[in-house]
Design a protein around this ligand. Sequence first.
Ligand code: ADP
Length: 472
Amino acid sequence: MVDEAVAKMLFDQALELVIVSDAKGKVTYMNKMAQENLGYEAECPDVLLSEIFPSDIVLEDKKLKIDFPLDKTHQFMMYRQNRTCFKTEVKLSEIEEGRFLCMALDISEKNYLEKKVSQSDQEAEEALQVKTQFVANVTHELRTPVNGILGNTKELLSKERDSEKLATLRLIERGCNDMHTIINNILDFSKLDSGKFVLETAPFNFREMMDYIRATHINKITEKGLQLQINISPEIPEEIIGDELRLQQILNNFLSNATKFTYTGKIAVEVLKTAQIGNRIELFFMVIDTGIGIAKEDQDKLFQSFTQVEASTTRKYGGTGLGLSITKQLVELMNGSVHLESEKGKGSMFSFHIWVEIPMDENVPMDDTLRSFDVTVPHLDSTGETELMLTYGTKENREELKKKLSKLILCVDMDNWEKAEVFMESIRQLTQEAPREIKSAALRLKMAVQKADADKTSDAFDKMNKLLKSEE
Ligand code: ADP
């Protein structure tokens, strides 16, 4: 047990105001904090507890009348000797028959701070709203003149024959289109920033959307002497339910960046169905380029707003550094995430997954959950021989697989990536019915080949070979 002297010493160190009183309310002890705060100069001043808490503690028949729960915290006004008062959090306990301990904490500052914080929260919310509204107004005002210039330029372009003037008009047209993209990005960013962004989901034809994506980018890509490859897994149904425009926006951003930052080689888009829960499916997209790549130390900051790898990027390639930040937020709104694999000078792979719905009548078992990595469309003829070759695990299949793998690695050694891809396609078909880890290994190998990355290809090749050997 702590004796009274020790207790007093401890109370004198306390930040709380400690007062002990008898059953008649007469204060018998007051710690230093209480004396300082209440304006008394003695440890046992001549005062009653009911004078310190006149609104909450009263005397009846010269005895304390307690009509609130003991040992619980209450908010009472506490009065100083000079009758000024302040708000406190108070706990009263009966430490022994007829002896009360009162512990009080001055909360006037805490209350003030709480009020201040809630006031600042409100002010911040109001400022955010003003900002969002301002951005909406400004972007709207900007869009009108840009549309006007674009319309007139298009008209002049259709009439003009002089090649020099045509070139200037095309530059103006391009400038207007860039302005449109920037205006839209700023508007989206502001909506996402203030949490006011809502996805609009509706049924749409997935392959038609992908055709549109191809049509949008093919000219720019071929103009740069690059190739565009788009592979869509046959497992993905025709009709899906999601926000088509926003999905296009995500893909457009990745593809525009891939085009912007690639000078030789190609750009590939791969879309797989990687999971299904009832009528919801997970779509996995990969946008792979053989461009300038991004150094490891720059990769994390890319998805932050207004960030570009180097300041010189803006001068050289334009852009605001908002694209990836918006894209990431849009993907997250679709319950997915974005990933980046890249190496400086060797190209990049931006991948993301999203969840979409498929119409209920697509004959889907509601409680069925499946994960798969089926990505192949069989192109080989169905002669008896090819059938045996395609049936995973047959002697023919194994031999063919070995042959194609060694040819693939030969092509890689000779830096003939185009040929390597042809063998890769056969490997995919030969492993169509293989167990999941073999199929995943084949997919990794394919991705490495598509990126024309010799190190990754050789790694993936070794892993695949090891798996195949362990099966024998
Ligand atoms: P912006 O709107 O300026 O294009 P983004 O957010 O889309 O901004 O991209 C930010 C930066 O990320 C780009 O300026 C570039 O430095 C880098 N980046 C994005 N995609 C690629 C890519 N495929 N290859 C190399 N760098 C890229």
